[in-house]
Design a binder for this molecule. Sequence first.
Ligand SMILES: Nc1ncnc2c1ncn2[C@@H]1O[C@H](COP(=O)(O)OP(=O)(O)OP(=O)(O)O)[C@@H](O)[C@H]1O
Length: 417
Amino acid sequence: MALFERSEEVFEEENILHDDYQPQSLEERDEELEQYTGYLQPVINGSQPRNLFLYGKTGVGKTATTKYLLQHLEEDAKKYEDLTIRTVYLNCEDLTSSYRVAVSLVNQLRDSENQISRTGYPLNAVYEKLWDRIDELGGTILIVLDEVDYIGEDDSILYQLPRARSNGKIEQARVGIIGISNDFKFREKLDPRVEDTLCERELHFPPYEAADLHNILEKRATLAFKEGVLEGDVIPLCAAFAAQDKGSARQSLDLLLEAGDLARRQSDPTVTEDHVRDAKQLLEKQRIEESMKELTSHGHLTLLAVVASTVAEPESLPLQKQVLYDQYQDLAQTTDRDPLGGRAFHNHLAELSMLGILDRAKQNEGRSGGIYYVYKLDVTIDAALSTLENLHMTGNLDLDSLRKNARERGLMTIDSH
Ligand SMILES: Nc1ncnc2c1ncn2[C@@H]1O[C@H](COP(=O)(O)OP(=O)(O)OP(=O)(O)O)[C@@H](O)[C@H]1O
């Protein structure tokens, strides 16, 4: 018997839902497109490009909009004989120093048979090669530095590049930088001189609302799925879930893809609301598993303390630190571990909140004016428990009875908020 057989296909072209697919049109970004186009106008006029800085949370279309506009810019520039425009796109996620960015730029701008090695040169020598190549090419060169915050503190390239022409390093070419980041604090960390030049113009991309995501999904789904396989509530549900969370188009597309994939794996002829709900749980579980791998055993116990307290006292949500700490100390005892002190426990709560596993809110102490934090799960109890089980961190704890209690109280599949 064959190990692989062609499955019942709900997809027409699955790749269209993948993150690297570049859409032909951008929905719900008219204002940003108009402003962005205005900022790029000097390029078509043959003037010095402006340096731009784009910021906004993850999945809100910063990269897609940039690639879309630059493609059009290059295409439209062909009409003008006196213009040569080159665009270079670099994702800095793996380029955590100015040196690495500079080497990558040199190599992207050079022919494939003329590449330089990634190590072995002094930084200034790499900069010299970069200026030489930029001048050799001439014209206008737009350099996109996506996830620019990854460059870190060694960021001399962010100073050197935008000023290369005014500092006399290049004469024949005009260079414009487009920096993209979802780290809101990035700007504050920049040297004021770098901030001045790099962020000459800035553009904020806000999160999408459910109606925006609905449109984005509908356009993609028409191309990605066979006709009539999506039941009516699938797209609204994917849009609503993603809008409630972070307003990310990526998240909504991932959900739709996973729901389609579940339908395919189960050989179902249509994608239903249940597939979306299952897909949401599955993705959530994957996300927690990924972030949980980094935690220590006390981090896992801290999460378990939140789950156990939620099941024990669902009516007192959100929970105060002391309630959670008492629960944590009991759990530490059951698993033969020395409990951490209150301060260290607090740090674990803060870490889980940062990872998006807990939701932390500030509360005022009343007249005394003090501020304290309260916590609740930001993932389903089911997903948290399955993850803890899979990590084999729970030893002799009785997760089954915890699960049973949660189920009896109807808490299993709902977020506790
Ligand atoms: N307005 C839109 N219309 C159509 N598709 C969109 C739109 N906005 C985002 N997308 C799609 O959503 C996904 C994520 O978008 P994109 O990569 O541009 O986000 P981003 O803001 O750059 O996120 P990150 O900061 O994580 O890189 C991509 O598949 C993209 O094609």
